[in-house]
Design a protein. Structure first.
Lengths: 406, 506
C-alpha cells in the first residue's frame, strides 16, 4: 500500500489531472458549494440580475438567519442519531416570552436576551432528560414538546394577540446593520467597516491555511499541489471578497449576519477542534464503542439537546426582532426547514457524519431557492415542489457519492 | 439397514480469508438422535446454515441429499418446505404475539383470505400437548420462561410436519430441570419417528442422549462415533474435539511477574434484568503485575459478561461484590471510572462496539485518551498526528495513512487499531476479549508479540479466549468459567486442553 502512495507522490501529475483527482475525491465536500453557486448563477440570469443585487442578498441573509442557527444545532442532533421536532414552536414561544419580558415585565434588552437563551437551554435539557434518562425515542419526546410549545404560544398571546415590540435595540438584531466608521470620505457609496472586516477575514483565512499547510508538510502529509492551493485560496478569497463587496454596497453587514457568523464559527470550532466535538461525533459514529471508550453517551445527549434549546431561543429572538413583534404563528414548520437544510448540507441520517458549515450552506441553498423563485414570480405551490425535489436530489447525491473517492 | 435421511457430501464453504468448512461430510440415519460436537469455531453452525439454506446453493460446494433427493435450497423457506426445522439458540419467536399466533406464523390456517382463528387455537393446543407444554395457546410468548419458549419453538416445528429437527445449543440457556425435560421430550419424539440433530457443548447430555456423535474440528469432519457400539465417552469426545497439537505460533517471553496484585475481584455476582436470570455467581479472581491470565470457557458461559460487568457495567447488570485495584476498593459506575484507574477493555466485537468504522485510524486511536492530546478541552491536532503515527509504527499497523477510515483496513489491522487505542490510554490492566478472533495467523503472531511486550513493561493482561491453544500458549495462569461460575483455576504448568475442556463442559 505504501508503495502506491509513494509513486503517487513522485509521479509528475499534470495540473488538470490533479485538479480532476482532487475534485473527484472531495466531491462530497465541494458539491454543496458548487450547487449553491449554480443556483445563484441560474437565478441571476433568470431574474436579469435582480437576485444578485446587494439589497436582495442582504434580505436573503436576514430572512434566513433564524433557520440557519436552527440548522447548526440540528446538525449535531442528527449527528448523534436523534431528532428534535420541538424546536420550531419552542423558538416561537420563547420569542413571545422575550416580547412579554420587555413589554409587560419591563426588563431591559441586555437581560431579556440571556434570560431567553437560558430558558431555551432548560427546555432543551428537558427534552434531553426524556431521551437520555427515560430512554424515550427523541422523535416522540420532541413531538410532545412540539404540541406543548405550540399550545404555550397560544396561551401567552391569547389576551393580546400579536405583541408589538417597541425596543429599538432588540429590533435592530433582525433589521439593523453594523455602524460604519465615521469621518472617512473615501468611497462614499460603500460601507467601509464591512469592507475592512472582509479584508481581515481574507487575511486570516490565507494565514490560517498557509500555517496548516506548513504543519502538514512538516509531517510529510499529502497537501494540495502549490498551484491548486493558490487557486483554492484565490477562489475562497474571491468568494469572501465578492460577498463583502455586495454587502458593503448596500448598508453593510447586518446584525443577523453577525449573529449567524458567530454561531457558525463557535460551533464549527467546537465540532472540529475540541474534545467535546470529538465525543459528539464518536457517539454518533458508534454509541456502544463510545461508551466503552469512557464517553458518557447520556452526557453528550444532554449537551446536544441543551445547545439545541439555546439555539431555538436565539432563533425565536431573531424572528421576533425581524418582525418587531411576537405572533401566534411564529415557529410553524421551522423544525422541518432546519432538518431539510441539514440534510441538504450533507448530514447523514446514519449518524456520525455532518458538518456545521455544510448545514449553513444547505440553509442558504433552500433560502436562495425561495428568494429566487419569489423574484421570478413562481407560485408557492411550485416552490414547494421544487424545494422538495432539491432536497431529494441532494440526499441522492450524498448517498451516491458516499463510498467513492477512497 | 436403516435408510439415510440426510447426507451432506464434501461440503466446502469459504469466507473471505477463511475456509469455514473443508470437505465436510455428514450423514443422519432416519429415526436417530445425532449429536454434532466441536469447539467454538469448528464449523457446526456454518454446516447447519448451509443445510437450512441461510447460505444458498452456489455459495458452497458439495451436495446435499435429503429424503432421497438432491436438494438445492436457496432460502430457509425451501428447507422448511422440504421438512427441515432449525431451532436456534436465539429464539425466533415474536414476544408480543400469543403462543398460537407464533406457532402458525408464516403458516397460517386460512379459510379464503381470512385466518381461521378457532382452528388455529385448536391445532396449537394439540401441538402444545405433543411437546408436553401446559400453557394456554392464548398466552403471550413474552410471559413464558426461556425453557417454555423453546418448547413453543419445537411445537411450531412439529406443526409443520417436520422430518428433521435440528436444535442448536438448546440447553445453553436452560436450568437443569428444563434441560432434563427437553431431553425427555427429544426421546419421546424419537419414539414417534422424528429424526433429530442436536448441537451441544454439554458433553454429559450428549453421552446421555446420542445414538451417534459426529465431531467437527477446524472445519473438517473428524469422525462419527456410534453410541450403540460403545464408542462414545467423554474422553473420546474431548480427544477428538481438541486433537490438534499446540502450534508453535506463540512467541517466547521472559516472565517477570511481581507479587503485587493489581486487580482483585471477590464474590462477584451479576443479574441481568433483560434476560431475567443470574449470569455470574460468586466469581473470584486476581491478577498480578506483569501477568497474563487466561479466561477459558465456552460461549455463553459468562466470560464476556464478567469482563463487561467489571468494566463499568455498561449493560446495566445488577452487580454485587468487590473490586480492588492496586489495594484500593473501587466502584465503577461507568467505563470511564474504570479507565480512570487504569483498567481497559478491548471488546470481542471490534466492528460492533470497538471501533468507529466511519472515522479514521487517528481518531480511533486517540478516542479513549483525548485528554492526552488536548489542553483545556481544545485538541492539538499536530500532537494527535504524532501520537497516531507512533502507535502505527509501534504496532506495525498496515495502512496507507493514519487518515484512512478504519472500515477500509483488514481485520488484523483493525484489531491493532483497537489495541492501539488502549495502548495510548496506558492502562495497568488490559482485558482482551477474543483478541485474535477472525484474523489470520500472521496477524495473530503480531498480536501475541505485542501482548508479550506489554506485560514485559509491567502491564497485566486478562485474556478471554475460546481457543484453547491460545490460552495455553499465552497465559501464566488459567481460570475456567462455566455457567457463570469459576469452575477451576490452573497454573499453566498443570493446564492441558483436556483438563480445561473437562471443567468447562461440566
Amino acid at each position: 500500500m505504501s508503495s502506491i502512495i509513494e509513486t503517487q507522490r513522485v509521479a509528475p501529475t499534470s495540473f488538470l489531472e490533479s485538479l480532476k483527482k482532487i475534485l473527484r475525491e472531495n466531491i462530497r465536500d465541494y458539491g454543496m458549494y458548487i450547487a449553491l453557486f449554480v443556483i445563484m448563477v441560474i437565478f441571476t440570469v433568470t431574474t436579469e440580475g435582480k437576485f444578485i443585487t446587494s439589497r436582495n442578498i442582504v434580505n436573503l441573509v436576514n430572512q434566513s438567519g433564524y433557520i440557519a442557527v436552527l440548522a447548526v444545532g440540528m446538525t449535531l442532533v442528527i449527528v448523534i442519531r436523534h431528532i428534535d421536532l420541538s424546536i420550531g414552536f419552542l423558538g416561537g414561544f420563547l420569542g413571545a416570552v422575550a416580547a412579554i419580558a420587555m413589554v409587560q415585565w419591563h426588563l431591559p434588552v441586555y437581560i431579556v436576551i440571556p434570560l431567553t437563551l437560558a430558558f431555551g437551554v432548560v427546555a432543551g435539557l428537558i427534552t434531553g432528560f426524556l431521551v437520555a434518562q427515560m430512554e424515550i425515542p427523541s422523535f416522540v419526546a420532541s413531538l410532545a414538546g412540539w404540541l406543548i410549545y405550540r399550545g404555550a404560544i397560544l396561551v401567552v398571546t391569547e389576551s393580546t394577540g400579536t405583541i408589538i415590540i417597541p425596543d429599538k435595540a432588540f429590533n435592530a438584531i433582525g433589521n439593523g446593520f453594523i455602524p460604519d466608521i465615521p469621518g472617512i470620505t473615501f468611497l462614499p457609496e460603500v460601507h467601509k467597516l464591512t469592507l475592512i472586516l472582509g479584508l481581515v477575514a481574507i487575511v486570516l483565512l490565507v494565514f490560517n491555511q498557509l500555517n496548516s499547510r506548513r504543519k502538514k508538510q512538516a509531517y510529510n502529509f499529502d497537501v494540495l499541489p502549490a498551484n491548486l492551493f493558490v487557486i483554492k485560496m484565490a477562489f475562497m478569497a474571491a468568494l469572501i471578497g465578492g460577498v463583502t463587496w455586495v454587502l458593503a454596497g448596500y448598508q453593510g453587514l447586518s446584525w443577523t449576519a453577525v449573529v449567524v457568523l458567530i454561531v457558525v464559527i463557535v460551533y464549527d470550532f467546537i465540532a472540529s477542534r475540541t474534545v467535546l466535538g470529538r465525543h459528539i461525533y464518536a457517539v454518533g459514529g458508534n454509541p456502544e464503542a463510545a461508551e466503552l471508550s469512557g464517553i458518557s453517551v447520556k452526557k453528550i445527549i444532554y449537551v446536544v439537546f441543551g445547545s439545541m434549546g439555546m439555539l431555538s431561543a436565539l432563533s425565536g429572538i431573531l424572528y421576533a426582532s425581524r418582525l418587531q413583534s411576537a405572533t401566534t404563528t411564529a415557529g410553524n414548520l421551522w423544525e422541518l426547514d432546519a432538518i431539510a437544510a441539514a440534510y441538504v448540507g450533507g448530514v447523514s441520517a446514519a449518524g456520525g457524519v455532518g458538518k456545521v458549515v455544510g448545514s449553513i450552506i444547505g440553509a442558504l441553498v433552500m433560502m436562495s431557492l425561495t428568494s429566487g423563485m419569489n423574484l421570478m414570480g413562481i407560485g408557492i405551490s411550485y416552490q414547494y415542489i421544487t424545494r422538495g425535489a432539491v432536497l431529494a436530489a441532494a440526499v441522492i447525491f450524498d448517498v451516491a457519492t458516499r463510498n467513492r473517492g477512497k | 439397514m436403516a435408510t439415510c435421511l440426510l447426507e451432506m457430501r464434501n461440503i466446502t464453504k469459504t469466507f473471505p480469508g477463511v475456509k469455514a468448512l473443508n470437505n465436510v461430510s455428514f450423514e443422519v440415519v432416519e429415526g436417530e438422535i445425532h449429536c454434532l460436537v466441536g469447539e467454538n469455531g469448528a464449523g457446526k453452525s456454518t454446516l447447519m446454515k448451509v443445510l437450512s439454506g441461510v447460505y444458498p446453493h452456489g455459495e458452497y460446494t458439495g451436495e446435499i441429499l435429503f429424503a432421497g433427493k438432491e436438494q438445492r435450497f436457496r432460502s430457509i423457506r425451501d428447507s422448511e418446505k422440504a421438512g427441515i426445522a432449525i431451532i436456534y439458540q436465539e429464539l425466533a419467536l415474536v414476544p408480543e404475539m400469543t403462543v398460537h399466533e407464533n406457532i402458525f406464523l408464516g403458516n397460517e390456517i386460512k379459510t379464503g383470505f381470512l385466518i381461521d382463528w378457532n382452528e388455529t387455537v385448536k391445532r396449537a393446543g394439540e401441538a402444545l400437548k405433543e411437546v408436553r407444554l401446559d400453557v394456554t395457546p392464548e398466552a403471550k410468548v413474552k410471559d413464558l420462561g426461556v425453557g417454555k419458549q423453546q418448547l413453543v419453538e419445537i411445537a411450531k416445528a412439529l406443526s409443520r410436519d417436520v422430518k428433521l429437527l435440528i436444535l442448536d445449543e438448546p440447553t445453553a440457556a436452560l436450568n437443569e430441570d428444563d434441560s432434563k425435560n427437553l431431553l425427555d421430550l427429544l426421546r419421546g419424539l424419537k419414539d414417534r419417528g422424528v429424526t433429530c440433530v442436536l448441537i451441544s457443548h454439554k458433553l454429559k447430555e450428549v453421552i446421555e442422549i446420542a445414538d451417534k456423535v459426529t465431531v467437527l474440528r477446524d472445519g473438517q469432519t473428524i469422525c462419527t462415533l456410534d453410541a450403540h457400539k460403545g464408542e462414545v465417552s467423554e474422553n473420546a469426545l474431548i480427544k477428538h474435539m481438541v486433537g490438534r497439537e499446540i502450534d508453535n505460533i506463540y512467541p517466547k517471553r521472559e516472565r517477570r511477574i511481581s507479587d503485587e496484585v493489581v486487580l482483585e475481584v471477590k464474590n462477584w455476582s451479576a443479574y441481568s434484568p433483560l434476560l431475567g436470570r443470574t449470569i455470574l455467581k460468586d466469581v473470584n479472581f486476581n491478577i498480578k503485575k506483569g501477568e497474563i491470565i487466561g479466561i477459558a470457557g465456552l460461549m455463553g458461559s459468562g466470560r464476556t459478561e464478567l469482563a463487561l460487568s467489571i468494566f463499568g457495567n455498561p449493560d446495566g447488570y445488577k452487580v454485587q461484590g468487590e473490586i480492588t485495584v492496586k489495594g484500593k476498593k473501587k466502584q465503577f459506575r461507568h467505563p470511564k471510572d474504570a479507565i480512570d484507574v487504569g483498567v481497559a477493555y478491548v471488546t470481542e466485537d471490534r466492528k460492533g462496539d470497538g471501533l468507529i468504522l466511519i472515522q479514521d485510524v487517528k481518531q480511533n486511536i486517540t478516542l479513549a485518551n483525548l485528554r492526552g492530546i488536548s489542553a483545556r478541552g481544545i485538541l492539538n491536532e499536530n500532537a494527535e498526528v504524532k501520537v497516531a503515527n507512533e502507535v502505527k509504527t509501534s504496532l506495525n499497523i498496515k495502512t496507507p495513512s493514519i487518515e484512512q477510515k478504519v472500515s477500509n483496513l483488514s481485520g488484523g489491522n483493525q484489531q491493532k487499531v483497537s489495541l492501539g487505542k488502549w495502548l495510548f490510554a496506558g492502562p495497568d490492566v488490559l482485558i482482551l476479549d477474543e483478541p485474535t478472533r477472525g484474523i489470520d495467523v500472521g496477524a495473530k503472531y503480531e498480536i501475541y508479540t505485542i501482548m508479550n511486550r506489554l506485560v514485559e513493561q509491567g502491564m497485566s493482561i486478562i485474556m478471554i479466549s475460546s481457543e484453547l491453544p491460545e490460552i495455553l500458549g499465552m497465559s501464566d495462569r488459567v481460570y475456567i468459567v462455566a455457567s457463570g461460575k469459576v469452575a477451576g483455576e490452573l497454573p499453566i504448568e498443570e493446564a492441558t486442553q483436556e483438563k480445561i475442556m473437562h471443567m468447562a463442559t461440566n
